[in-house]
Design a protein around this ligand. Structure first.
Ligand SMILES: Cc1cc2nc3c(=O)[nH]c(=O)nc-3n(C[C@H](O)[C@H](O)[C@H](O)COP(=O)(O)OP(=O)(O)OC[C@H]3O[C@@H](n4cnc5c(N)ncnc54)[C@H](O)[C@@H]3O)c2cc1C
Length: 308
C-alpha cells in the first residue's frame, strides 16, 4: 500500500512531548508529520493551575494554546504537518518505520516518536469496581465545578488529580463522596482537610444506572454495605499508558525507551509511571527527535533533509 506521507520523522501525539519533538525536528530541517487524536495539548487544557513549568505558565490552557501556536508556525514554514487521527499501530523495519491510522491511512518515515501519554483507567480495569453497564466514566479532572453544584456526586478513586481539582476549584461549593480502595489510602492526606469531600474507604463498589442517576452499593472492609442513589459518578481511578501494538511494553503496560526498535523513540508519560510532568515530557520529546538526527547516518540511511 502506498503511504499517504513519507517524511523524516513521524510524531504520534501532540501533548508537550510530541510538540517538543516536532519543533526540535523542524528546527533541524527534518520534515515531520504529527498525528493527534483529540487536539493539540488536549490534556493540558483541563489543568487549572500550573506552578512547575518554566516560562511563567500559570494555566494548562495557556500553555496548550502556545504549543498549538508553535506547531502552526512550523506548519507555515512547511516542515511540519499536523494530521487529525488515531494511530493504531507502529512498526519498525531495517530502513524505515510505518504507522497505521484507525481510518486505514499508512504513514512512513525514517524514525518515529511515540508520545501518547496516559489514558484514564476504566471501571473494568480495576477489581474493586463492578459496573458492567458502564464502559468509561467521565474523568473528574475534566469536569467544571459549576456543573456539579447542587448535585449529589460520587467520585470513584482518590488518585492525585483529586487534590489538583479541589485546589483549582477552591472557591466552588460542591460536595463529593469519594469512594476509594485501600491502595489509594496514602494519597488521601493532601485532601483530607477539605470540608467539601467525604472520604470513604471501600472494599468494593457496584454502580448501576437507574432513571436519572446511579445506584451505588459500597461494601466496607469490615463488612456491611451502604446503598444510595446519586446524580452523577465521576472517575478518578488512575491512568494507564496509551501504548499501541508495535511498542514493547513491560508488565505494567509502560514502554521502556531502551527496549523499543531503534527507529522508534518513546517520550513523555508513556515511558513510565514516575516523572509524569510537563517539563519532563518536553525534554523527553526534544531528545527523542535529536536522537535519530545524531544517529550514525551511514548505519541508519540518513541524511535527514526532505524525506528519504
Ligand atoms: C489533572 C491533571 C493535572 C496535572 N497537573 C500537572 C502539573 O501541574 N504539572 C505538571 O508538570 N504535570 C501535570 N500533569 C501531568 C501532565 O499533564 C503530563 O505529565 C503531560 O501532559 C505528559 O505529556 P505527554 O506529551 O507525555 O502526554 P499527553 O499530554 O497526555 O499527550 C499525549 C497526546 O497523545 C494523544 N494520543 C494518545 N493516543 C493517541 C493515538 N493512538 N493516536 C494519536 N494521538 C494519540 C492524546 O490525545 C494527547 O493529546 C497533570 C495531569 C493531570 C491529569
Amino acid at each position: 500500500m502506498k503511504p499517504s506521507w513519507d517524511v523524516d520523522l513521524l510524531v504520534v501525539g501532540a501533548g508537550p512531548a510530541g510538540v517538543a519533538a516536532a519543533v526540535m525536528a523542524s528546527s533541524l530541517r527534518m520534515t515531520c508529520v504529527v498525528v493527534e487524536a483529540e487536539g493539540v495539548g488536549a490534556k493540558l487544557r483541563a489543568i487549572g493551575a500550573l506552578e512547575n513549568v518554566p516560562g511563567g505558565w500559570s494555566t494548562g490552557a495557556a500553555l496548550a494554546e502556545a504549543l498549538a501556536g508553535d506547531l502552526a508556525r512550523h506548519q507555515e514554514l512547511g516542515r511540519v504537518r499536523v494530521l487529525s487521527g488515531r494511530v493504531v499501530r507502529v512498526a519498525g523495519h531495517d530502513d524505515h518505520v510505518e504507522i497505521g491510522l484507525e481510518d486505514g491511512r499508512l504513514l512512513t518515515a525514517s524514525a518515529a516518536v511515540v508520545a501518547t501519554g496516559v489514558t484514564a483507567l476504566a471501571p473494568g480495569d480495576v477489581p474493586w469496581i463492578e459496573a458492567p453497564e458502564i464502559r468509561q466514566l467521565p474523568p473528574l479532572w475534566r469536569v467544571a465545578a459549576g456543573d456539579l453544584a447542587g448535585r449529589r456526586v460520587v467520585v470513584l478513586g482518590a488518585d492525585r488529580p483529586l487534590g489538583t481539582w479541589l485546589r483549582t476549584h477552591a472557591q466552588d461549593q460542591v460536595h463529593l463522596d469519594v469512594l476509594f480502595p485501600q491502595g489509594d489510602q496514602y494519597k488521601t492526606d493532601e485532601v483530607a482537610g477539605d470540608p467539601r469531600i467525604r472520604l470513604d474507604l471501600v472494599a468494593r463498589v457496584a454502580v448501576t444506572p437507574v432513571p436519572k442517576g446511579f445506584r451505588i452499593t459500597a461494601e466496607h472492609p469490615g463488612g456491611g454495605a451502604h446503598v444510595f442513589v446519586v446524580d452523577a459518578v465521576l472517575g478518578n481511578i488512575g491512568s494507564k499508558p496509551a501504548a499501541m501494538p508495535g511498542l514493547v511494553a513491560g508488565e505494567d503496560g509502560y514502554c521502556p525507551p531502551d527496549e523499543q526498535h531503534p527507529r522508534i523513540r518513546v517520550a513523555g508519560d508513556v515511558k513510565g509511571p514516575r516523572m509524569q510532568r510537563i517539563a519532563v515530557a518536553m525534554g523527553d520529546g526534544s531528545r527523542a527527535a535529536l536522537e535519530p538526527y545524531y544517529w550514525d547516518q551511514a548505519a541508519l540511511g540518513g541524511p535527514f533533509t526532505s524525506g528519504r
